[in-house]
Write a protein that binds this ligand. Structure first.
Ligand SMILES: CC(C)(COP(=O)(O)OP(=O)(O)OC[C@H]1O[C@@H](n2cnc3c(N)ncnc32)[C@H](O)[C@@H]1OP(=O)(O)O)[C@@H](O)C(=O)NCCC(=O)NCCS
Length: 266
């Protein structure tokens, strides 16, 4: 069967009233599972601060249309209290009832992961069983089940959190109309600090045979004098060498830095 025509478009300030109406329907759905009430004016009081979505380039609002009719929305932000400044987070996500269980939500989510590669978190409040079932299934299929699914119960959140790295070249299955139709990044440049064969093998496996991957061994961290010098410089807020060369840091942990080379930069 042909997948339904799906249009996921970034919303602008002019779409604010539309998004506010859809947010009420979203809160109505979540409220049934989570026990929320409307105020005396019949409106759910939770006000999502939408202004930032048109003024802050770390926030993106998307409206979803199926066959030209509104079918949902997604709010995404870069920077998460459950990750770091480079982590994308799905702040809110909604598919209208008429369009549910047809793979629409999954296609939208996959398209956004592909569009915004790098580390991601998605989270569901305790009690939102539908949301949990959805995100586990979607993130599991997208990453080939390479994701963390953790319980968080502190001042930041009370519920489940899934953490993963979106690598379009590695997308685990190609559902119609999702990853397959999105242009692949030109290449992946990876900077490592130690020469470790096993690390290279793991990387190769993670990125899959389709991705173009280049590894740079950066030994400067092992030179104490230079490292001290670099730390001094970075404390002054200067971008690192790789950023100066036009690369974007999209993933970092102890031993691994992943930079994305954008466009046709040599
Ligand atoms: C959750 C929601 C976005 C799902 O949208 P959808 O378009 O119906 O989802 P899809 O059809 O793409 O589902 C993809 C997979 O997710 C899983 N899934 C979807 N809805 C589910 C549910 N209610 N319960 C458990 N698993 C679910 C299924 O595995 C499904 O694959 P399958 O149909 O092949 O079994 C939608 O129900 C919704 O907007 N709910 C209210 C708001 C909400 O909870 N948003 C998430 C906030 S964290």
């Amino acid at each position: 069967m042909e997948p339904v025509p799906l249009d996921v478009r970034e919303a602008t300030a002019a779409d604010a009233p539309t998004l506010r109406h859809l947010l009420q329907l979203y809160l109505y759905d979540l409220g049934a599972a989570l026990g929320w009430d409307v105020d005396d004016d019949g409106v759910f009081p939770y006000a999502v601060p939408l202004e930032g979505y048109w003024t802050d380039d770390r926030r993106h609002a998307f409206l979803v249309r199926v066959d030209g009719k509104l079918a949902g929305f997604a709010l995404v932000q870069r920077g998460s209290e459950l990750g770091d400044a480079g982590t994308h987070e799905m702040a809110e996500f909604f598919v209208l009832r008429k369009y549910r269980r047809q793979g629409i939500g999954e296609r939208v989510a996959r398209g956004l992961f592909d569009r915004l590669p790098g580390p991601w978190v998605v989270r569901e409040l305790a009690g939102n069983e539908d949301g949990q079932g959805f995100w586990r299934a979607v993130v599991g299929r997208y990453t080939g089940h390479r994701f963390e699914d953790i319980e968080v119960n502190d001042e930041r959140w009370s519920g489940r959190v899934q953490c993963f790295v979106a690598l379009p070249g590695r997308s685990a299955d190609s559902r119609p109309g999702s990853a397959g139709s999105v242009p692949q990044p030109p290449r992946w440049l990876i900077v490592v600090r130690r020469d470790r064969e096993q690390l290279y093998r793991n990387l190769r496996e993670s990125f899959g045979p389709e991705a173009r991957v280049e590894v740079i061994l950066d030994r400067r961290e092992t030179d104490r004098g230079t490292a001290r010098e670099r730390r001094k410089r970075s404390a002054g807020g200067e971008p690192g060498l790789w950023e100066q060369l036009g690369l974007r840091l999209i993933f970092r942990d102890q031993d691994l830095r992943v930079y994305e080379a954008e466009g046709d930069r040599p």
